[in-house]
Design a protein around this ligand. Structure first.
Ligand SMILES: N[C@@H](CCC(=O)N[C@@H](CS)C(=O)NCC(=O)O)C(=O)O
Length: 257
């Protein structure tokens, strides 16, 4: 892949996201960290919550060039303001040397990213908030139990089987990455989403790992973790601990002992 364009272009990237949770913003951070490209992270500043809320405010109509956004993560780059995580990834990937700028690969990678995000981000969120995002977990505990069981037993294995199929496919090439024989941003998406799912459902993920059916998926996870920039980032205090975000752990939603 070409040298990261961002190393040549001076305009700074700004990530707008909630503080205190890795969340969807973490996927964006991993791209910058892996590429070794500087970025402003409003989650780490003093006004993280007001800044994020200001983008979501009903009175925010965007500006002359940008329509209003619905929810974070938001990326600001020069005059451009965009939201929707997979859209942000699509924009950043060629600039950071983590995906092609044109051709079929752009859309194949986007399909892969969207599918992993559906399964290991959106569906994980829905295990603890199956009825209403704006209501407390405590008000939907019974439904959450049922949803989590379906996720653990049917959906998660189904998504991991798909990721293993991607790795078995010709399009993955050599080297154990998801697509095209070299690391791209979708490998970072997989790493973050599997890491979060492992935090939420440690026993389930361990059991699936031990089944031996997804060995290449877990190998890829380990390989991303060992990439020098990612390793240094994960060991630093820049990496935010999991808490009550998308990937959260409720023992009662896990497998029985
Ligand atoms: N599909 C959107 C989902 C965005 C989203 O749900 N953002 C969360 C934080 S990760 C949020 O703050 N949502 C507020 C809301 O939906 O009201 C994406 O991928 O960016």
């Amino acid at each position: 892949m070409a040298e990261p364009e961002a190393k040549r272009v001076k305009t700074e990237y700004e990530l707008i996201y909630w503080p205190g949770i890795p969340g969807r913003g973490e996927v964006v951070r991993l791209l910058f960290e892996d590429a070794g490209v500087a970025y402003i992270d409003t989650a780490k500043g003093d006004n993280a919550v007001p800044t994020t809320l200001s983008y979501m405010d009903a009175s925010n109509l965007g500006d002359e060039k940008n329509p209003p956004v619905f929810a974070p993560p938001v990326l600001k780059h020069g005059e451009l303001v965009i939201n929707q995580l997979s859209n942000i990834l699509l924009y950043l990937a060629p600039k950071l040397g983590l995906g092609p700028a044109s051709g079929d690969g752009v859309y194949h990678l986007n399909s892969i990213a969207l599918t992993i995000l559906d399964g290991l981000c959106v569906e994980v969120h829905d295990t603890h908030h199956p009825i209403a995002t704006h209501k407390y977990y405590e008000d939907q505990k019974e439904e959450a139990k049922l949803r989590a069981e379906a996720f653990r037993e049917e959906r998660l294995p189904k998504y991991l089987t798909y990721v293993q199929r991607l790795l078995d496919a010709k399009t993955s090439g050599e080297g154990g990455w998801l697509y095209g024989g070299e690391l791209t941003y979708v490998d970072l998406v997989l790493f973050q989403c599997l890491d979060g799912t492992k935090f939420a459902f440690p026993k389930t993920v361990e059991k699936l790992k031990k089944s031996g059916k997804y060995d290449d998926v877990f190998k890829l996870y380990d390989a991303v973790k060992e990439r020098p920039n990612i390793k240094a980032y994960l060991e630093s205090d820049k990496r935010i601990d999991y808490s009550d975000g998308i990937w959260r752990h409720y023992p009662e939603l896990e497998e029985d002992e």
